[in-house]
Design a protein around this ligand. Sequence first.
Ligand code: EPU
Length: 437
Amino acid sequence: MDAFVIQGGNPLRGEIKVNGSKNAALPLMAAALLTNQPVTLEGIPRLADIGNMRRLLIELGVDIEEQPDGLRFQATDESASHARYEIVRTMRASICVLGPMLARRGIARVSLPGGCAIGDRPVDLHLRGLEALGAEVSLDSGDILVKAPAPGGRLRGGRVFLAGPFGPTVLGTANVMSAATLAEGVTIIECAACEPEVVDLARLLNAMGAHIRGAGTPRIVIEGVKELGTAHHRVIGDRIEAGTYMMASAMTRGDLTIRDCPLDALLATWDHLERAGVALTVIDESDPMRASIRIRGTDAIQPVHVTTNPHPGFPTDLQAQMMALLSMASGNSSITERIFPDRFLHVAELSRMGARLFRQGPTVIVSGVRELIGAPVMASDLRASASLVLAGLAAKGQTIVRRVYHLDRGYERMETGLASLGADIRRVREEELPLIE
Ligand code: EPU
């Protein structure tokens, strides 16, 4: 296993380009199952989760080729229908093959994803949505088994309400929307997730010949078609990666220019950072999803009250990083987590670095300290790991972040990007650590 060794205190300066979005890419890749024609995706990031999805799609009969204009996917053998536990357990997002496989192949068997470090993460809404399209759902030996109404038959359009106790579901919306493209008749998804990744998926599906209206709003209307075909699509930039770099610059008193920034998808983050006293400037927003922005840190971060919410609210995927930032504010902030009320594994680790955090249920009071102090810490999930890296960059002294494989799931060689901006950060094997500590 790898670890990062970070010597804190260097301001981040220079320019960085945002990679393609992981959370957009995963359902886009799964959409290749909806046709036997080639689908080419440009800007797929090189991440562990993407590697897992590639393996899964290959098992499901999809040929994948690197082309000059992106990755080309083509389902050449449509006989398989089983997403096995061995792959699903490495990546919960494997669930997004469920809708496409059901719609095209009439049957899908996907190992039921277990809980993960950030909470229980049920899939009841995905299943309820597919049932509303006429699918038969059962559980068999730990697998979800979904079947179209008649053998080899088509799904039929229906009305689907997709909100649960914590709001709409992003991958559930992706699954039902994808499945409905090939259903007979019209489907209305009410309380659909409005995330930019859902909009990106709708754009690809429409380019493949689907008829989807309203993606990005709570009501999506899909008129089913008989077949989908070939398309070429460029993945949107990763708003969470961009937001993480924005916070890294703010915390290190840096001066960073971010290119290809999906600014239009980051307005809540922008607003909260501005309230925290961070200087943000737009350099070029001729394409608001590929903007250039500049972020300068401040000597006095102001406390802010943050509540995570479904898009366009403040994203849960930036909650941990925001907590690292507010740990250094001059005053008391609060952070309330409304999407995953237990997503607080970073709290204990940030506390080891001197952050003063008091958790009560889904809320953490963050009592700002003048400085964080480097310490050995352990990464536990993707975004918690990112928050520890940010804290390490800003802290006094040396921080060692173990288990950075969590980070590699969602950030492409993060240490290389940060080092190019002046950070003192290197990747080592954990076996080498006793020599360093
Ligand atoms: N939920 C249910 N029932 C369901 C599905 C979800 O109750 O059937 C609940 C969840 O437990 C949660 C809330 O609804 O409380 C929202 O979950 P959602 O389904 O939207 O999450 P997801 O689609 O599984 C995606 C991202 C997550 C991100 C969430 C929320 C991908 C691959 N994952 O997950 O990203 O946190 O949306 O925005 O797109 C990450 O990148 O670090 C990450 C965890």
